[in-house]
Design a protein around this ligand. Structure first.
Ligand SMILES: NC(=O)c1ccc[n+]([C@@H]2O[C@H](COP(=O)([O-])OP(=O)(O)OC[C@H]3O[C@@H](n4cnc5c(N)ncnc54)[C@H](OP(=O)(O)O)[C@@H]3O)[C@@H](O)[C@H]2O)c1
Length: 247
């Protein structure tokens, strides 16, 4: 059946796959036919993701992406890829006068350094095939949604948005494309475990759709960017925020 959105015969690595958007992306991509390589630190939760994938031939690799030897092991282990989703990330809220170097390092190490270094290392080892797609999971925090106390997170996500554009220019000759995705508030453990917001009690009036997003609604957009339906799309930023940027 004709379907330009299918992921059959594609091998895709998703970081941050032990929960939330990363886990859901891995599951949805497997339903679209992809072979998945999933990675995160927590072995138990990562195995739950692996067990939830549709089809066979999937692989899991536990790794702390802020640890250079773990990243090295991951890159050495993976097969050649048609897709890379840089999803792993954390949120830390800190008003500007209270920001310390360790707060910056904690957030930037995983949100910025890890996706930049992982993408570079995979490219260096020539493990991204021609026509491969790289997706950076950024945030509306890099696109004008300025929550008080969210500056470290915002700068970490702005950096990968800009990196995606530079990287897109560098890999164009191999027909690899690099895009970023910018979700608004999505109900995951990140939004439940931080003071970023209580998704149950939050006022969603600035969201035109009047609710927060579901992980599937981000996963489907990531799957679109990984599919051949976006072969001519690179250096783009896809905002998915229930219309909040219009408010
Ligand atoms: N939820 C939202 O509202 C929202 C909005 C915009 C953008 N985002 C972005 O979407 C991405 C996923 O967020 P989420 O909401 O799905 O959060 P989540 O459920 O907390 O998932 C975060 C993932 O990152 C992994 N991770 C964290 N530190 C890591 C490290 N040092 N090494 C390897 N993996 C690590 C975690 O796995 P382990 O703990 O097992 O390592 C987990 O799988 C993040 O980049 C986030 O910034 C989220």
């Amino acid at each position: 059946m004709y379907n330009p959105y299918q992921l059959t015969n594609k091998t895709i690595l998703v970081t941050g796959a032990s929960s939330g958007i990363g886990r859901t992306t891995a599951i949805e991509c497997s339903k679209l036919g992809a072979k998945m390589v999933v990675t995160a630190r927590n072995e138990v939760r990562l195995k739950e993701t692996l067990d939830a994938l549709e089809g066979c031939g999937h692989q899991m690799v536990t790794a702390d992406l802020t640890n250079p030897s773990d990243m090295e092991k991951l890159v050495a282990t993976i097969p050649e890829l048609d897709g890379l989703v840089n999803d792993a990330g954390i949120a830390v809220m800190k008003p500007v006068p209270y920001i310390r170097q360790k707060d910056l390092e904690k957030v930037v190490n995983i949100n910025t350094f890890a996706p930049v270094l992982l993408t570079g290392s995979i490219l260096k080892r020539k493990k991204l095939k021609r026509n491969a797609s790289v997706v950076m999971v950024s945030s509306v925090a890099s696109m004008g949604s300025f929550e008080l106390g969210n500056s470290i997170y915002g700068l970490s996500k702005s950096a990968i948005k800009t990196f995606a554009e530079y990287c897109a220019m560098e890999v164009k000759n191999r027909e690899i494309r690099v895009n970023s995705i910018h979700p608004g508030m999505v109900a995951t453990s990140m939004t439940q475990n931080t003071s970023l917001s209580d998704t149950e009690e939050m006022d969603f009036s600035k969201y035109i759709m009047n609710r927060c997003g579901k992980p599937e609604e981000i996963a489907w957009a990531i799957a679109y960017l990984l599919s051949d339906a976006t072969l001519w799309m690179t250096g783009s930023q896809l905002i998915i925020d229930g219309g909040a940027h219009l408010a």
